[in-house]
Design a protein around this ligand. Sequence first.
Ligand code: F0G
Length: 476
Amino acid sequence: MGSGICEVCFHGAEPVSICLCNLASSVEFLYIAGMSAYLQCIEENCQKKISASTKAHVCPDCSGLLDVMYDVQITDPDKVKQTFQQRRLSNDPLDLSGVWRYRELLPFCSDPAKVVTMQEGNTPIYEAPHCAGYAGLKKLHLKHQGLNPTGSFKDNGMTTGVTQARLLNSRMVACASTGNTSASMAAYAARAGMKAVIFIPDQQIAFGKLSQSLDYGALTLQLEGDFDEAMKMVKEITEESEVYLLNSINPFRLEGQKTIIIEMLAQRGWKIPDRVVVPGGNLGNSSSFGKAIKELHDLGFIDKMPMVTIIQALRANPLYKTLIDRSARLIRVEAHTLATAIKIGNPVSWKKAMRAMEWTRGWCDVVSEQEIADAKAMIGRDGVGCEPASATTVAGIKKLIQTKEIDKDEDVVAVLTGNLLKDPDYTVNYHQNNLYEKAAYKNELIERKDKIQSTYANAPVKVKARKAEILKVLGL
Ligand code: F0G
C-alpha cells in the first residue's frame, strides 16, 4: 500500500484505507454480512427461521425445504457489479473463484480462511451456430459448466457446501449421486481433509464419473437399486449421525450454484437473456437459478427475469407430470433414461423448482432419448460437446420452437451441465450406430432393444497402415 492505489479494486484513493470500493468488496464486508445469514423453511404456512449454524437440511417442524436467507441490504447494485468486474484482475483466492467473486450475493461465510475453493466457475459462454440452426433459433449461447475443475456444475455448489461443512466442523460428508455430485464432493472433501462417503446406484453411473471419486479417495458404496433409493438411504443415515449431507437438498449447495446465473449475467455485461434452459434431474440447479434470479431482481441488479425452462427426459419426468397434472404433490416415476445423470424419479427439490418456474414464468418439457442423442451430436459439431443430460437443453429448445413456446428471435442461454468426457461409452456407441434405449446386463450385455438412430454418426474409419489406402480414404 502507500501508492494511493487500493489493493482490492485498483482504484486510486487517498488515503487508501478508506477506498469505498475496498470497503464494499473486502473480506471485512464478507465477515459483517455473514453474521446475518439464517435458514428459513420455504413452506408458506410454516416459514420457520433457524440458525445457519446447524446441519439440518430440512425444517425441524414440518420437514419442508430450507432456504439460506440474509438480512443484507445492497444500496448500490451498480457499484457491486463494478466490484465483481474489478476482482477479475485480482489474484486473491476468493476473487479467482467464479463463485466467491460474487460473495456479496451469498454472504454466509464469516471466516474467509475456511473457504474451500478450486477456482470453480469461471466457465465460458460460447455462441453455437450449429445448434442454433438445428433448433431453429437465430442465435443460441451455451454456458458450459462442464469446464469446471471436476467437469460439472456441481463444483459451483460443492465449494459452498464443503465450506459450510468446514464451518460446522464436520469431518465426514456424504451424498447419493448419479456420478457428478459424488465426483465433485470427493474432490472438495479431499481438498478440505474430510472423509467422503458416496452412495451410488450399482452399474448405473458413467465410468468417467466413477473413476473420479475412486481417484479422489472417497469411500464408494455401490447400492443395489436406483438413485432414489440411494438418496433415501443417505438422508436417513445423515439424519441419525454426525455425517453432513451434501446433496442439493442442502441449501448451502444451492447458494454456490446461484453464481452460474450471476456469472452468466456478468459475462454478458448484465444484458438479461429472455430464457435460460437447464436439464432437470434432482432439480437443485433449476431451484438455485430461480433463487438467484429472484434475489437479483429484488436487490435491483436486474429489472427483468429470464424464464427458467427445465427439460427432463421423457421417461424420467416427475416434474413435468406434476406440472401438467397441476398436482399439489409430486408425481413420482420409476425413471429410465440413458442420460444417467438425470435418471431420477423422486427429485428432492421439486417444490423449489416449481417456485423457480412460477417466479420467472418458466416452463418444463420433456424430450425423447432420440432427441437427446441427436442434440448431443449437434453440440459436438459446434466443437463444444457435453454429456447426454446436458443435451436435453438443445433438444428441448428445438421442441419448444416447434410448438411455438419459444420464438426464433429469443435470446436464449442453454446451460450445459457436464463434460463430454464424463460418459464416453454413450458417445462412442452413438457414433458407431450401437446405442440402444434398453440394454440388459448380467455382467455383460445380454439384450438390446429400441435402437436409437445415429442420425449424425461419425464412426471411426478402419484403414490399413498404408499410405495409398489412407490417401484413398482422404480422397487425395
Ligand atoms: N446434468 C448433469 C450432468 C448432472 O449430473 C445432473 C445431476 C443434472 C444435469 C441435473 O441437475 O439434479 O440439479 O436437476 N446430477 C446429480 C448427481 C443428481 O448426483 O450427480 P439437478
